[in-house]
Design a protein around this ligand. Structure first.
Ligand SMILES: C[S@@+](CC[C@H](N)C(=O)[O-])C[C@H]1O[C@@H](n2cnc3c(N)ncnc32)[C@H](O)[C@@H]1O
Length: 395
């Protein structure tokens, strides 16, 4: 039986034909980081106490008022020793994850490429396009401290960043997304199927599919549908396609496409999904992408977007600020702005009828939870497996 409150050990992760090989010590390193992540979620409770009991009263004493802005609150918290320790350690967990993942994937870079190439050979379901570049906002950032982000290849056909992402996500989420890190995709696929029995999507698009963690559960639950995952990162697409083939999927296509300029015909999809994608889009791109979604969706079609909770007037300034941690410390610079917008306004601006807007909560389906994980675990802000999902039917 698993010990209470500990993350699942790394040997529980599901392997597949292109999953990177790991030595005993590499798995031990991942186990250490996953445990440290889980521990830091508990230590983070002390940030709230430090804020309420020390930082907020001290500021009021000095200025005769409460904080006016998240920036002001953040400047004061940055001087607090408890927060400094937690924040530095949390940053270290991300750096350690990336270092560990890079050293183990680049050690076997040639073998990974060979395995991926063999599975992709002769298939017309992987469509790469040299004319498509990652948008400037992606090229400007090493997303969540992943050197070279999703698109960099150190040699032609390199898939190391994708293999690193595949192995490492389990560590940052402490296994809460399940064996295949696909708990979000499983949850939304089940919601669509169970709550909307009239809806029989035949053509489904997953934008920013990455290596398809959350695309495959949709393809599994809707086996008669054609599912297309698009992304601009060649390593993600190559690796994701090989992984899907290795896992036996034959209804998924992976295409290199930029989401704000999609080559698809008007009204050609029944369902357009994004998962953990919109918070990585910068500048005006979120509007361009949402307009493209509206254009490509059939009347009667559905679009849904899985993200962490939006900031609302009901959410305290402290909570909004702690949820912004990734924006300032984990190379997620678009995170705060995306969570600050009103998703109903965003969708209305891009053509959707506000009356059709909906917002639901889904909890990742975790096939590793054997019931021993306590339900009153503290929330690890920004890493929670309970998501806000917003979307709309196109009428
Ligand atoms: C955080 S990952 C999420 C991957 C996947 N949806 C999942 O749930 O595992 C975001 C992905 O979006 C892709 N991306 C970002 N902007 C894009 C754009 N404008 N067009 C296509 N893909 C984009 C990135 O390359 C990256 O693979």
């Amino acid at each position: 039986m698993a010990a209470k409150n500990l993350p699942p050990t790394y040997d529980k992760i599901a392997k597949h034909a292109v999953f990177p090989e790991m030595t005993h010590d590499e798995k031990a390193r991942y186990n250490f980081i996953a445990n440290l992540n889980k521990h830091l979620a508990h230590v983070s409770q002390g940030n709230a106490l430090a804020f309420e009991n020390e930082v907020k009263p001290a500021f009021k004493n000095e200025h005769g008022r409460d904080f006016n802005s998240k920036d002001e609150l953040g400047d004061a918290m940055a001087k607090n020793l408890h927060y400094q320790s937690w924040s530095a350690l949390r940053r270290c967990t991300m750096e350690m994850r990336q270092q560990a993942g890079r050293s183990l994937t680049y050690r076997q870079a040639a073998e990974l490429k060979e395995k991926v190439d063999a599975l992709n050979a002769g298939k017309d379901t992987l469509i790469l396009n040299d004319d498509v570049s990652p948008p400037p906002y992606l090229q400007a950032v090493d997303n969540h401290l992943m050197p070279g982000s999703y698109h960099t290849e150190l040699f032609e056909g390199d898939v190391c960043n994708a293999a690193n992402y595949d192995g490492g996500l389990f560590v940052t989420t402490a296994g809460l997304l399940g064996r295949y890190s696909d708990g979000g995709g499983q949850a939304i696929a089940q919601w669509v199927k169970n709550e909307n029995s009239h809806f029989q999507p035949k053509r489904i698009l997953d934008i920013g599919c990455g290596m398809g963690h959350n695309t495959l559960p949709i393809a599994k639950l809707f086996p008669d549908a054609e599912v297309i995952g698009i992304d601009t990162g060649k390593p993600m697409l190559r690796y994701g396609h090989a992984r899907a083939v290795a896992l036996g999927y034959d209804n998924v296509k992976f295409m290199q496409v930029e989401a704000s300029e999609m080559p698809f015909e008007d009204e050609s999809f029944d369902w357009i999904q994004t998962t953990m994608f919109l918070h990585e889009t910068g500048g005006k791109s979120i509007y361009n992408i949402m307009r493209e979604i509206y254009r490509c969706l059939k009347p009667g079609g559905l679009t849904m977007h899985i993200e962490q909770p939006q900031y609302t007037d009901d959410m305290s300034m402290y909570e909004q600020w702690i949820r912004d941690w990734d924006a300032y410390n984990n190379s997620e610079p678009y995170w705060s702005k995306m969570h600050d917008i009103d998703p109903k306004d965003l969708m209305a601006d891009c053509g959707f009828n506000p009356a059709e807007f909906m917002q639901i909560g889904v909890k990742a389906i975790n096939d590793l939870d054997d019931g021993t994980q306590k339900s009153d675990e503290p929330e690890d802000h920004g890493r929670s497996p309970i998501w806000n999902v917003f979307g709309a039917w196109k009428k």
